[in-house]
Write a protein that binds this ligand. Structure first.
Ligand code: SF4
Ligand code: MG
Length: 321
């Protein structure tokens, strides 16, 4: 299968400024040398705790942020330096769905205007086609034409997220980066929105990057999962392999906290000591070394790279030479 998106050695360092002269005093290494690819039609889940760099990675792919270093290829074209018509096309092909459906919809616009705005901006429809087009898109997400004249505040959280998805879909994207799309919603509504996303993926042949701190949500949706910690990708594999046989000690700790459906396979809960270090001052060797129950001498000096462990499974850990 061909890769729709390929990320190579991606880095995003944010400057820290301080002092009277407001000089650069350091860098927050939000994303630090991350590589992965996403195939057409698949869902790649990216999990990790807040501050691990997963949202920044999403924003870099959408070009809402510029990378400090590294390359992003979309359909085999490097998108880092893109401009003009090719950039405008890319802006249609990759869309984002954000966590907070309250914040991401302009409260003064009707639902019909919110959905048709991207189409009009990109000159993809005439004003007279608007009503028809909006109705089609609303139906796709389980709403209907009667909702078009209403305002975002008239809708529930779940419906608002449907409107955000409708707006993202209006431009017929190929890739959707969804950053915690259901985290702000009631648990009872979450599965409805997730099911909708799965149905839309099948019907419209969409590719997803699904970013979440919620392991069960990611497991449910993803074909493959990448685990991030302190700006690094520490493990990547097929969802089943990764959940059944996590290899990186951080992944093992994360999964041990999730209640198992099968009591026979119950894992002992691994409690990690200490806090995640500051991304402004990450450990020199393995970023997980200060908290790792299996730490060795080499871990404190040498940073492990991603190593293949078997069929499409990789981890960055010195336990696997
Ligand atoms: Fe733990 Fe060492 Fe592996 Fe890092 S490299 S996860 S410190 S065993
Ligand atoms: Mg985030």
């Amino acid at each position: 299968q061909t890769a729709l998106l390929e990320v190579k050695n991606l880095k995003k360092y944010f400057e820290i400024r301080g002092g009277l002269l407001n000089r650069v005093t350091g860098y927050v290494k939000a994303v630090d040398d991350v590589s992965f690819s996403v195939r057409k039609g698949e869902t790649l889940g990216i999990v990790g705790e807040s501050g691990c760099g997963k949202s920044t990675t999403g924003r870099l792919i959408l070009k809402l942020l510029e990378a400090t270093e590294g390359q992003i290829y979309y359909n085999n074209t490097e998108i880092t330096g893109l401009s003009g018509e090719r950039m405008r096309k890319l802006r249609r092909d990759i869309q984002m769905v954000f966590q907070d459906p309250y914040a991401s919809l302009n409260p003064r616009m009707t639902v019909g205007d919110l959905i048709s705005e991207p189409l009009l901006v990109h000159h993809l429809i005439h004003a007279r086609e608007k009503e028809q087009k909006v109705a089609e898109i609303l139906e796709l997400v389980g709403l209907n034409a009667s909702h078009a004249s209403r305002y975002p505040h008239e809708f529930s959280g779940g419906q608002r997220q449907r409107i955000c998805i409708a707006r993202a879909l209006s431009l017929k994207p190929e890739l959707i980066v969804a950053d915690e799309p259901v985290s702000a919603l009631d648990v009872s509504v979450q599965s409805q929105v997730l099911n909708l996303m799965q149905d839309l993926q099948k019907a419209l042949h969409l590719t997803y990057i699904f970013i979440s701190h919620d392991l069960s949500v990611v497991r449910h949706l993803s074909d493959r999962v990448g685990v991030m910690y302190l700006g690094r990708m520490v493990e990547l594999g097929k969802t089943d392999d990764l959940f059944k046989n996590p290899r990186h000690p951080y992944t093992q700790a994360l999964l041990s906290a999730v209640p198992s459906a099968n009591p026979q396979r119950k894992r002992e809960r691994i409690i990690l000591q200490g806090d995640v270090p500051s991304p402004a001052n990450p450990p020199k060797g393995c970023v997980f070394a200060p908290r790792c129950p299996k730490v060795m001498d080499v871990c404190r000096t040498e940073r492990p790279g991603m190593l293949p462990l078997g069929h499409e499974h990789q981890a960055a850990c010195h336990l696997y030479p």
